[in-house]
Design a protein around this ligand. Structure first.
Ligand SMILES: [Ca+2]
Ligand SMILES: [Ca+2]
Length: 181
């Protein structure tokens, strides 16, 4: 009798133990770690990021709205390498013989003289300003752009002016899911 009870207990404990293993496991990694082929249009890969380089012009606010419609933000340069990769891309692309300017998310609309990236609220730390910029010319310049005239370095300009713009896509993340077949 005792043996039977012990036997039943062992079976029950075994079943209980079986229930404890993971039914599935997940793993999160930055980027497209398996280089899975996905359609990134209208964003193009530049350096480690994906960007939309507009051909049409808009004021800074409309430019931001256009990026939001693409579920992205006006570009933010977290480091000088990101700026330099885009600068090189734009220089290779050429400016078709005239000055071309692109809005970024940088501005000092919140506090005059304090330039932050609007997408992250972080200060602009990269040393990539054009000579003498930002100068808030005539006390009317609060939005930051890149200009072919200054090797695509940053300048502050009037937010209501029409310029092209660069949207930055969200970062990619790879999620792996392991399941029992
Ligand atoms: Ca960025
Ligand atoms: Ca300026």
């Amino acid at each position: 009798m005792l043996q039977k009870i012990v036997g039943i207990l062992v079976v029950l404990i075994s079943i209980r133990l079986c229930w404890t293993y993971d039914k599935f496991a997940t793993e999160f990694k930055d980027g497209n770690t398996n280089d899975v082929s996905i359609n990134t249009s209208p964003f193009v890969k530049i350096g480690n990021g994906y960007y939309y380089i507009s051909l049409q012009a808009a004021n800074w606010f409309m430019a931001y709205e256009s990026c939001r419609k693409l579920r992205s933000e006006l570009v933010t340069f977290e480091n000088s390498e990101e700026h330099d990769a885009i600068q090189t891309y734009l220089q290779k692309k050429g400016s078709e013989g005239h000055t071309v300017m692109y809005w970024t998310s940088g501005n000092d609309l919140g506090k005059n003289g304090v330039h932050n990236w609007f997408s992250s609220a972080q200060p602009i730390k990269i040393n990539r300003w054009a000579p003498g910029q930002p100068d808030n010319y005539q006390n009317k310049e609060h939005c930051d752009y890149l200009s072919s005239e200054y090797q695509y370095l940053l300048s502050d300009g009037r937010c209501e002016c029409y310029k092209r713009y660069i949207c930055e896509a969200p970062k990619q993340e790879t999620i792996s899911i392991v399941v029992w077949k």
